[in-house]
Design a protein around this ligand. Structure first.
Ligand code: SF4
Length: 292
C-alpha cells in the first residue's frame, strides 16, 4: 500500500476517534454516512428513546444470561468481562436454548470489526441470530430503516462465519488487541475469585481461547436472520421479520462501506430524494448544511 493511502486510512479512524469499526457503524452508513461520521466525531445524541431501548436490552439480558456481578476497573477488566460473559453465553446456549448480548470480533481489510449480537437461539441443531429493535410507536420501520437493520445483522452473520470457518481466530484477536500482555487489576481478580471463576480461567488469554472455541463449536449459524420489533412502552413483541442471509449481497454492502473507511471517498450525505431524513437529524443546519 502506498504511504499516502495508509495516511488516509489512519486519518479516517483518527478523525472519528475510533480504534475499531462496529457493525452498527457500517449499518448507519446506509441511513446517512455523513450522519454516522458526525455521530462519531461529536458523540451520538442520546435521546430518551435510545435510553428506553437500552434499558429494555439490559432487562432481556438479565433474563437470558447467567448473571455476573463484576465491576471492571480498567480496560483489561472490561475486556475480560466482555469475553467471559460472551463465553458463558455461547457455552450455555445448547442447554438454555438462547443467549443474549454476545460480543463478536472480526476484521475487514485489516481493520478491527466489532459487534454485539442481541440474541442467539439454538434450534434445529444450530444457532440463529436475532436483533431486537425497540419502537416508540406501533408502526413498522420504513424500507430505509429496515435496510440499515438488515445490513447490521448480515455483518454479524459474516463475523460468525469467519470465526467458525477459521478466517478469524483467537490468534488474530490476540495479535490485534494484544490480550496476552493484558492483566486484570488485583481488585477485579478478587471479584473473579468471589464469583468462583477457576484460577486457570482468570487470564484474559484463556477466556479468549474458550470464547473463540465456543463459537467454533457452534458449527453453523442459521441462514434465516431475524429482526424482532418490540414496543418501547410495553415490551410487547410487535413483529418478527425474517430474511435470508446472502453472502454476495453482504460483500456488496461491505465493499461500499469500506470505500469510506479506506479514505477512497468522503462521507456521503443523503441524496436529494432522501432529504426527508434531514428533518430527523440532530446535525441538520448545524454541523451539516448539505440540504439547508
Ligand atoms: S442533515 Fe441530512 S445529510 Fe446531513 S448528516 Fe443529517 S441526515 Fe445526513
Amino acid at each position: 500500500m502506498r504511504n499516502g493511502r495508509r495516511a488516509d486510512i489512519l486519518n479516517v479512524m483518527e478523525k472519528l476517534h475510533k480504534t475499531a469499526i462496529s457493525a452498527t457503524d457500517i449499518a448507519s452508513q446506509f441511513w446517512c454516512e455523513k450522519q454516522m461520521e458526525l455521530n462519531c466525531m461529536h458523540g451520538s445524541r442520546i435521546t430518551r428513546q435510545i435510553n428506553v431501548g437500552r434499558k429494555m436490552h439490559e432487562e432481556l439480558e438479565h433474563e437470558a444470561n447467567v448473571p455476573l456481578m463484576l465491576q471492571p476497573r480498567s480496560y483489561a477488566d472490561s475486556m475480560y468481562k466482555k469475553l467471559y460473559s460472551s463465553m458463558l453465553a455461547v457455552e450455555s446456549i445448547r442447554e438454555r436454548g438462547r443467549a443474549r448480548e454476545i460480543a463478536v470480533y472480526g476484521s475487514i481489510s485489516g481493520y478491527r470489526l466489532v459487534g454485539k449480537i442481541d440474541q442467539l437461539d439454538f434450534r434445529d441443531g444450530m444457532a440463529h441470530i436475532t436483533e431486537d429493535k425497540t419502537r416508540s410507536v406501533d408502526t413498522l420501520p420504513s424500507e430505509q430503516q429496515l435496510l440499515t437493520q438488515k445490513v447490521q445483522v448480515m455483518i454479524y452473520r459474516r463475523m460468525f462465519d469467519d470465526i467458525i470457518g477459521g478466517l478469524y481466530t483467537g490468534g488474530n484477536f490476540n495479535a490485534s488487541y494484544g490480550i496476552s500482555k493484558m492483566e486484570v487489576t488485583p481488585e477485579f481478580a478478587r471479584q473473579l475469585e468471589a464469583e468462583g471463576v477457576d484460577q486457570e480461567l482468570r487470564k484474559i488469554m484463556k477466556v479468549s481461547d474458550r470464547f473463540f472455541s465456543g463459537i467454533k463449536a457452534l458449527g453453523r449459524v442459521g441462514d434465516t436472520l431475524r429482526i424482532r420489533y418490540l414496543n418501547q412502552q410495553t415490551g410487547r413483541e410487535m413483529k418478527l421479520y425474517d430474511f435470508q442471509y446472502d453472502a454476495k449481497e453482504t460483500d456488496g454492502y461491505i465493499g461500499f462501506a469500506m470505500k469510506y473507511w479506506s479514505g477512497a471517498r468522503e462521507a456521503l450525505p443523503v441524496p436529494a430524494e432522501e432529504k426527508w431524513k434531514c428533518s430527523f437529524c440532530a446535525f441538520f443546519k448545524k454541523e451539516c448544511t448539505t440540504w439547508s
